[in-house]
Design a protein around this ligand. Structure first.
Ligand code: PMP
Ligand code: GLU
Length: 398
């Protein structure tokens, strides 16, 4: 008897988390692995945020929290959206949850009916397609390669829209490519979407602050689509708080209410202590963001320079996030020293893990076969050593 539902049987395991676990297991066995698989800042959470959490414990923030989050935190989120993004939201339009991941999934579950089409520009983060599956929607992938800096064009978007399209998931800065849509590029997409009022825009802006451009723009800046945008963001990346699990969604009121209803039956409000910490993140000094941003920019320059020295890799210069997404399909068909053949990038990634002890993720997990992802949210020394090892291991392939 198979007790597992079809819903879960159809679901893929998160490749980022799986690879990270594999690397942790190897490390526990004493192997000197450099983990470039999972994407999370390697910095500690800033002190003033940790102090706020300790205070919250002492002040007995220990009861159930409101389903949508503490009002004080939702107000702080509204102030952030006004201050940094120049968009006005009311606290009733904000739902705080267990990370941006939960709010992305909530947004889909609250708006997508079986068979509805969701446009996903690819490469896309591993969980998008799987979340659409959970909502019983149909993913419509719109691919963009390295030649286009991994960004889709308005014409591609227009061509992907059908009467069944209900949503587009936009992620800028992007995981896994680090690409950022410029104001003009977003305007092009907004102009297409303006003609199709049945389409919601799920804007995942979790990497907003990790950018190496003058300014990161949001599709919500365009009045013609503004009332159909659901913004998802959180504290994981900007404030090095991945383990605290606080993210939020800012949405048109009926959608925020629907998401609250779902959350109320499913998980309840997020952790009280973590919410107080997130509030301190949004209301306290923002200097920590800039310090970490500068470190990521320096590492971006370093990894791009070193990756371009690896024969057969095609490397672009990402504008944000902390990922490199080289095209490595020239290694397909080569032989390993043990005489077995590299049939796909997954084999190359596994070879690099075993031979070079560097953990990366196969691009296929991001709907982009032929590529691989490296997270450079690690020290400069680790980046240098990892690239040296990968170059040496790759040179043994023939
Ligand atoms: N969106 C993208 C594109 C991400 O890379 C991540 C982090 N894995 C998330 C959302 C989820 O972030 P959180 O830690 O807030 O759940
Ligand atoms: N953002 C990270 C990644 O893509 C987190 C892991 C995950 O949740 O997928 O590696």
């Amino acid at each position: 008897m198979d007790f597992i539902s079809q819903r879960i049987q159809k679901l893929a395991v998160s490749a980022t988390l799986a690879m990270s676990q594999k690397s942790a297991e190897l490390k526990a066995r004493g192997v000197d692995v450099i983990n470039m698989s999972v994407g999370e800042p390697d910095f500690d959470t800033p002190l003033h945020i940790k102090e706020a959490a300790k205070r919250a414990i002492d002040e007995n923030y220990s009861r159930y929290t409101p389903v949508a989050g503490y009002l004080s935190l939702r107000k702080a989120v509204c102030e952030k959206l006004l201050r940094e993004n120049n968009i006005e939201f009311q606290p009733e339009q904000i739902v705080v949850g267990n990370g941006a991941k939960q709010e992305l999934c909530n947004a889909l579950l609250a708006t997508i009916n079986p068979g509805d089409e969701v446009i996903i520009p690819t490469p896309a983060w591993v969980s998008y397609v799987e979340m659409v599956k959970l909502a019983e929607g149909v993913s419509v992938e719109v691919p963009a390669g390295i030649d286009n800096n991994f960004k889709i064009t308005p014409a591609q978007l227009e061509a992907a829209i059908t009467p069944r399209t209900r949503m587009i998931m936009l992620n800028s800065p992007s995981n896994p490519t680090g690409s950022i849509y410029s104001y003009e590029e977003l305007r092009g997409l907004a102009e297409v979407l303006a003609k199709h009022p049945q389409i919601l825009i799920l804007a995942d802006e979790i990497y907003e602050h990790i950018n190496f451009v003058d300014k990161v723009h949001s599709i919500s800046e365009f009045p013609e689509v503004r009332d159909r945008v659901i913004i998802v963001n959180g504290v994981s990346k900007a404030y090095a708080m991945t383990g605290w699990r606080i993210g939020y969604l800012a949405a048109p009121l009926p959608i925020a209410k629907a998401v609250s209803k779902l959350q109320g039956q499913y998980t309840s409000g997020a952790s009280s202590i973590a919410q107080k910490a997130a509030e301190a993140a949004y209301t306290g000094s923002q200097e920590c963001i800039e310090d970490m941003r500068q470190a990521f920019e320096r590492r971006r320059d370093l990894i791009v320079e070193l990756a371009r020295q690896i024969p057969g890799w095609e490397v672009n210069r990402p504008d944000g996030a902390f990922y490199l997404f080289p095209k490595v399909d020239s290694y397909i068909g080569k032989m390993k020293p043990d005489g077995t053949r590299i049939a796909e990038v997954a084999d190359y990634v596994m070879y690099i893990l075993e031979e070079a002890n560097v953990a990366c993720v196969d691009g296929a997990a991001f709907c982009a076969p032929g590529y691989m992802r490296l997270s450079y949210a690690t020290s400069d020394d680790n980046i240098r050593e990892a690239m040296r090892r990968i170059r040496e291991a790759s040179a043994k392939l023939y």
